[in-house]
Design a protein around this ligand. Structure first.
Ligand code: F6R
Length: 614
């Protein structure tokens, strides 16, 4: 989604802003722009369709001086991606410039009012309406910029994170947020703005997180002044973020996605660190320990998420039902929030989100909260909106995920769900102690097996080159590996643009089997499980119809190996842990197919890393 960077201090703002925009490229965008106030107080805005490097080229020879500025990468919502619709937007008089993430829902009504007042518009965006409204209110009530922002936002319905600067006001950077993330970085007499921490951490690890409906005024060498829309003063403690620069760089890999695939053993180790005690062979998540009575009395768990996180949620259902004997519903957040779901106060809602900012998951969480459900979050980004809105939860600690296609977020989400189910199942005595111990022992050792899966990368790269002809793929799995089949199909779709479908293997006979012919590659996720014999029959059915079979099997497999065109062997493990291993070859498969096809793996077309709009 769109990215925000801002700077006010003593340094040249332009290089900081451009570098910041580059750090935000991973979020997905289609145009970029920058606004700067030079030493004469003139306000210069430059923008360009396409990548940040286009903007840089466009700025050559232009006045990019100034120690205060705002910059933006835009992922089009209202209006096509072009120079006009790109941010920053000027107000009518060109005295104010504004960048915006989010959507102003009542922008048409505000626009109508402004048109009546003689305002004209150059773009199709809701953002231009906002900056015009700020100028209108500022003039009409003779307000300062921050007062005008405060007053205008009272009338705004929707989500926003904004940065605003004004001509001839070199010591005033105003920002505000509601529903879209915004972080203020605090340096020595200087400040940074970021829609996440990545453009900031190079300069400072001290930040404050603004809350919804707060406006901040940043001036050099002064404390940030934070107020609510109702003009109440707000104090925020400064938080130290742990992110390191190397965490957000490629570290020698050609793509973030590949780096993050290979990081999975490290991220799982961080995820289990301090939670899985290898001496006692037991699991303790503090959020579960504190709230175990909630889980004991829960009539139902609802897990809600989007995309890859929803696939992890589906695995959660298998886990909680098997180990904790608690009924589980898994809900796509965007559907859940607009149904009339029946939610009780003894329900537990688990939102799962890497970014912690996904608009639909956030709204689903708020809906469940308003019905009195207990909210237990699983998020990666510390301090994100979802993480802050929960009653309790467990961070995945995967480290920053920059690749748009989610990899390490998925495996750490599944790991958190496994740990939760094991701890709850043990406390509730629904999981026999011997079985608990056996799985915990295996989980403690899973990283060695994940690293064995990394060694498959060369073999998978070769297999991938065979299938670049394919226009369609089918992915099949059963039980714990049905969601993995869905995840494999999603990975392929999003980065290679090949159509792919995931199915529970036995469902194939009910329709999809009609698609099988000698052109159709079918990826069968079939490690040794209790339904192994059944999946062998499914593979026979594909073979009989000449489908090309790529099978993910357990080392030493005999039956499927005989039939498959390509067989990828993973180490043996407990059935409930197999998704942590089976997904890795599927991540490699999609990565290599996409790179052979020359796709932009880290910035696939039309996609955004965190979907902060509906
Ligand atoms: C797929 C992918 C998306 C996200 C989805 C939810 O690779 O990354 O499907 O999983 O947009 O995002 P989060 O987990 O941030 O809520």
């Amino acid at each position: 989604m769109c990215g925000i960077v801002g700077y006010i201090g003593m340094k040249d703002a332009f290089p900081i802003l451009i570098k910041g925009l580059k750090r935000l490229e991973y979020r997905g965008y289609d145009s970029a722009g920058v606004a700067l106030l030079n030493s004469e107080g003139e306000l210069n805005v430059y923008k360009s369709k396409g990548k940040v490097k286009n903007l840089e080229e466009y700025c050559i020879g232009k006045d990019v001086s100034g120690t205060i500025g705002i910059a933006h990468t835009r992922w089009a919502t209202h209006g096509e991606p072009n120079d006009l619709n790109a941010h920053p937007h000027y107000s009518q008089s060109e005295n104010i410039a504004l960048i915006h993430n989010g959507i102003i829902e009542n922008y048409l009504a505000i626009k109508k009012m402004l048109v009546r007042e003689g305002y004209t518009f150059k773009s199709d965006t809701d953002t231009e309406v906002l900056v015009q409204a700020i100028e209108y209110i500022k003039k009409r009530y003779d307000l300062t910029l921050s007062e005008a922002v405060q007053r205008t936002l009272k009338f705004v319905i929707g989500a926003y994170a904004i940065g605003v600067i004004e001509k001839n006001k070199p010591d005033c950077l105003v920002a505000a947020r509601k529903g879209s993330p915004l972080i203020v970085g605090i340096g020595e007499g200087e400040f940074f703005l970021g829609s996440d921490a990545t453009p900031i951490i190079e300069y400072t690890s001290n930040v404050i997180y603004l809350n919804d409906e707060e406006v901040v005024l940043l001036q050099r060498n002064k404390k940030p002044v934070v107020k609510t829309l109702k003009d109440e003063d707000v104090h925020h403690d400064i938080i130290k973020i742990k992110l390191q620069l190397e965490d957000i760089e490629k570290g020698g890999y050609p793509h973030f996605m590949l780096k993050e695939i290979f990081e999975q053993s490290k991220s799982l180790a961080m995820c289990m660190n301090g939670r899985l005690n290898t001496e006692l062979m037991e699991i303790k998540l503090s959020g579960i320990t504190t709230n175990i009575e909630r889980f004991r009395s829960a009539k139902r768990i609802i897990i809600t998420a989007c995309g890859t996180s929803w696939h992890a949620a589906l695995i959660g259902k298998y886990l909680f039902e098997e180990f904790c004997k608690i009924p589980v519903d898994v809900e796509v957040a965007s559907e859940f929030r607009y149904r009339s779901p029946v939610i009780h106060s003894d329900d537990i809602l688990i939102p799962i989100s890497q970014s912690g900012e996904t608009a639909d998951t956030l709204a689903a969480m708020e809906l469940a909260k308003s019905h009195g459900a207990f909210i237990y979050g699983i998020c990666n980004v510390v301090g994100s909106s979802i993480a802050r809105g929960t009653d309790s939860g467990t961070y995945t600690h995967a480290g920053p995920e920059i690749g748009v296609a989610s990899t390490k977020a998925f495996t750490t989400q599944v790991t958190v769900l496994i740990m939760m189910a094991l701890q709850i199942g043990r406390e509730l005595k629904t999981l026999p102690e011997a079985r608990y111990k056996k799985i915990v022992r295996e989980l403690a050792n899973i990283n060695t097996k994940i690293e064995e899966c990394f060694e498959l990368s060369k073999e998978i790269r070769k297999i991938s080159s065979v299938f670049t002809y394919a226009r369609n793929f089918m992915y099949l799995g059963r039980g714990y590996n049905f969601p993995v089949a869905l995840e494999g199909a999603l990975k392929l779709k999003e980065i290679s643009y090949i159509h792919a479908e995931g199915y529970p293997a036995a469902e194939m006979k009910h329709g999809p089997i009609a698609l099988i012919d000698e052109e159709m590659p079918v990826v069968v996720v079939s490690p040794k499980l209790k339904t192994y014999e059944k999946i062998v029959s499914n593979v026979q059915e594909i073979k009989a119809r000449k489908g090309k079979i790529i099978a993910i099997v357990t080392k030493g497999d005999v039956d499927i190996k005989k039939m498959a065109d390509f067989c990828i062997e993973i180490p043996d493990t407990e059935e409930c842990l197999t998704p942590l291993l089976t997904v890795i070859p599927l991540q490699f498969l999609s990565y290599y197919i996409a790179t052979v096809k020359g796709r932009n793996v880290d910035q696939p077309r039309n996609l955004a890393k965190s979907v902060t709009v509906e």
